[in-house]
Ligand binder design. Structure first.
Ligand SMILES: [Zn+2]
Ligand SMILES: [Zn+2]
Length: 206
């Protein structure tokens, strides 16, 4: 059996441990990212200057447009909240457990959907054939939200993995580094502490 997200061999699980951990972390980040996206939804008639070059049209004063359409897609109906609720529904059906209907405002619905999905991470990782599609969807929404909220946190290419995997042969995978976080090789899962690659990343970016 191979991890549905990274192809790494697993002991029969649908997701490997690192991919499960990353999925859990991305889910945990979503409520804060969602809150931060709200700042990008001020009506364009109230903003000065342009954010991200959006808003070059001439919206009528009584028809406020979001300053960032990408943010609206994520925050509005059909965005992060309803997408996660649909995934949770699928998951509960697969696991044959009760699905609590959504209620209340979007931030509350998001918190409950995230919590419900996190509580089931063990099942997602071990027993859910849709784990690959689900983790891809979460990665996509997490990345889209982050690219709006924290565009500078895009990963940097930080050289290649030097871990020796067979005699005299290094792994060689391209390492993608994010400021302040340890980097994990996608191929061999070797973990590099932040200190060892930050310099490398800075060199590459210069
Ligand atoms: Zn994996
Ligand atoms: Zn490697």
């Amino acid at each position: 059996m191979h991890c549905l997200s990274c192809e790494q061999e697993t002991n029969g699980e649908y997701l490997c441990e690192p991919c499960t951990g990353r999925l859990g972390q991305q889910l945990a980040d979503l409520p804060a990212l969602y809150g931060a996206l709200g700042a990008y939804l001020r009506p364009s008639s109230q903003t000065t200057g342009s954010i991200g070059g959006v808003g070059t049209g001439s919206p009528a004063p009584d028809a406020p447009l979001p300053v960032h359409e990408g943010a609206l897609d994520l925050v509005g109906p059909g965005g992060i909240v309803t997408a996660l609720e649909e995934w949770r529904f699928e998951l509960c059906q697969a696991a044959e457990i009760r699905w609590p209907a959504p209620f209340g405002d979007y931030p509350g619905r998001l918190r409950r959907a995230v919590q419900g999905l996190q509580d089931m991470l063990w099942y997602i990782h071990r027993d859910w054939p849709q784990a690959g599609d689900f983790s891809a969807a979460v990665r996509q929404m997490h990345g889209a939200a982050r690219s709006i909220v924290a565009p500078r946190e895009r990963p940097l290419r930080a050289g290649t993995c030097t871990k020796e995997i067979s005699e005299g042969e290094a792994c060689g995978a391209v390492l993608l580094a994010k400021p302040g976080r340890p980097v994990v090789c996608r191929w061999c899962l070797t973990e590099y502490p932040a200190s060892s690659w930050l310099d490398l990343a800075a060199e590459k970016a210069a």
